[in-house]
Design a protein around this ligand. Sequence first.
Ligand SMILES: Nc1ncnc2c1ncn2[C@@H]1O[C@H](COP(=O)(O)OP(=O)(O)OP(=O)(O)O)[C@@H](O)[C@H]1O
Ligand SMILES: [Mg+2]
Length: 241
Amino acid sequence: MRLEVDITGKIFRNAAGEQHDVIAGVAFALDAGEVGVFVGPSGCGKSTMIRILAGLDHDFRGRVLRPAGARIGIVFQEPRLLPWRSVEENVRLVAPLADDKKLSALFEILELSAHRNHFPGELSLGLARRVALARAFAVEPDFLILDEPLASLDDALAARLREQIATLVDGRSVMTLLVTHDVEDAVRLGDRLFLLSPRPARLLAELAIPTPRRLRRDAEIAAIKSDVMRRINGDLTGRDG
Ligand SMILES: Nc1ncnc2c1ncn2[C@@H]1O[C@H](COP(=O)(O)OP(=O)(O)OP(=O)(O)O)[C@@H](O)[C@H]1O
Ligand SMILES: [Mg+2]
């Protein structure tokens, strides 16, 4: 199971025919069991790239080789739940064959058990994000795509949810792509970080973190974080591998 990506260009055109370059050049590969993280500034083209990688947008230059027959679980930047369906129905709709025990375990990990019969309108954003995560995991994906799943949550909730994502990802050998602009999340969750330039997105550097997620100590995390910050701020431009 391997994802191979070489996107050489992506352009949006508006109604007036003006061109808007969004992706300039992003090439990388990801293997089963790996968590790849896109880190880049707002508006640089991350969600656009996610749609291309998920196979939802075919209008780009380059090549994306997705593993054949891979089941894709995706969490969009907005939770996108069906408002007239309960939490449980939202999850079951995408995974009609999911067994009850597994679903209960998933709701338990994501601390959603008490909300199974609630409707999206009754949920806080943090809860809605967790339902979107439950929905993505319920299909038992081979390829998991998470677009800013922790954005705009308070620090404590984001940290808990990050733990929950790590638990779910480590529980099965899934190829994961996470989008975030939070370097802390990237360094705590990722195996490989893809640092992106401002729009149009270009891969500035690729950084592997060999220490398994669970064994990373605060000092190592802090060191990697400052390395990432330096690279993002361009101090090492021209020296990056
Ligand atoms: N359907 C579209 N038509 C035209 N322009 C678009 C479209 N979708 C996105 N864009 C533009 O492409 C650029 C990249 O958008 P995208 O949503 O991919 O950024 P992002 O990196 O995900 O940003 P954020 O971190 O804020 O979510 C933006 O300038 C955006 O306005
Ligand atoms: Mg986005």
